[in-house]
Design a protein around this ligand. Structure first.
Ligand SMILES: [Zn+2]
Length: 57
């Protein structure tokens, strides 16, 4: 779950709007579906991603 840093609304990654909407490509920000505040992805998710992409050797 991602907790919006602006309005406190809790939402899942699926519910959030992926991408910052500025760079025109998928980026690491997820926007709150309620207020569109741009939240950084949860550290746990980043950790998981690092696990997936960092252990290929
Ligand atoms: Zn919000």
């Amino acid at each position: 779950m991602i907790r919006c840093g602006f309005c406190g609304h809790e939402y899942t990654e699926e519910e959030g709007i992926k991408g910052c909407g500025k760079c025109g490509k998928p980026c690491h920000s997820i926007r709150c579906p309620k207020c569109l505040y741009e939240n950084p992805v949860e550290p746990a998710v980043v950790k998981k991603l690092k696990e997936v992409f960092g252990r290929k050797s």
